[in-house]
Ligand binder design. Structure first.
Ligand code: NAD
Length: 264
């Protein structure tokens, strides 16, 4: 598959460290010949992102906190200045107060509901609008979601509601930008041990339940997710848009736990 992204340029948003899903995606894209720019949230993460970007041959790293729209605009302006146009964008950004990623969804506060929705859902729409203007020859956009959007997962709470709205946004944005040759898709990943993943109470138990009960009897690696992202961001998926693509070892198709688990 090497070379399918040759001559393509794009932005990766959401690398915090080398466990990040965005890092798995960046590695797959760079391995296929893509040229990458990265954003980072805050100087502390910037220090980690800089050497990672360098590993993939990129010196193009930009600060961007999606809560501050001016910083989104500044990052997009720098992309335009240096590259003129882009071919793809990866949005792997999510946040909610960890004190509300436990207990009852019904206890979500208005402040955290709003903040979670802005960072984890609406930022994708704000970024898509700006990125689309740089995709003058068409392009592909990708965000990351989780099955807690469709089904009740203990402790996922307000993030599940934000992911449901994010998935609906993917469909609406695909409708908006399809006529311009821009595709918009999401990967719904199974649980991965990352900084964001660790913020959810009982994350280890949920991960281990998925490993025992997914048809593939494992959760995805960031390399698995990178491979599927490469498909969705490359011409290999030119006929695909508005899709929520599960990379979860098949867990989403299951109803009951496996017989081994059921019988104890
Ligand atoms: P991660 O902690 O490595 O990445 C989350 C990223 O979000 C970080 O880089 C962080 O800087 C960024 N972020 C948070 N608030 C931000 C803000 N205000 N401005 C800019 N960036 C901000 O964790 P991850 O698991 O790789 O998360 C990436 C995406 O994948 C998230 O959308 C997450 O919900 C989703 N996802 C994760 C899992 C999982 O189990 N880890 C499963 C499915 C989907």
């Amino acid at each position: 598959m090497s070379g399918i992204m040759q001559g393509k340029r794009g932005l990766i948003m959401g690398v915090a460290n080398n466990h990040s899903i965005a890092w798995g995606i960046a590695q797959a894209l760079a391995g296929a010949g893509a040229e990458l720019a990265f954003t980072y949230q805050g100087e502390a993460l910037g220090k980690r992102v800089k050497p990672l970007a360098a590993e993939l041959g990129s010196d193009f790293i930009l600060p961007c906190d999606v809560e501050d729209l001016a910083s989104v605009d500044a990052a997009m302006a720098q992309l335009k200045e240096r590259w003129g146009k882009i071919d793809f964008i990866v949005h792997a950004i999510g946040f909610s107060d960890k004190n509300e990623l436990k207990g009852l969804y019904a206890d979500t506060t208005r402040d955290n509901f709003t903040r979670t929705m802005v960072i984890s859902c609406f930022s994708f729409t704000e970024i898509a609008k700006r990125a689309a203007d740089l995709m003058v020859d068409g392009g592909s956009m990708l965000t990351l979601t989780y099955g807690g959007s469709m089904r009740v997962i203990p402790n996922y709470n307000v993030m599940g509601v934000a992911k449901a709205a994010l998935e609906a946004s993917v469909r609406y944005l695909a409708g908006d930008y399809g006529p311009r040759g821009i595709r918009v898709n999401a990967i719904s990943a199974g649980p991965v041990r990352t900084l964001a993943g660790a913020g959810i109470s009982d994350a280890r138990a949920i991960l281990s339940w998925n490993q025992k009960n997914a048809p593939l009897r494992r959760t995805p690696t960031i390399e698995d997710i990178g491979g599927s992202a490469l498909y969705l961001l490359s011409g290999m998926s030119n006929g695909v848009t508005g899709e929520i693509h599960y990379v979860d070892g098949g867990y989403n198709i299951t109803s009951l736990p496996t017989l081994e688990v059921l019988r104890g």
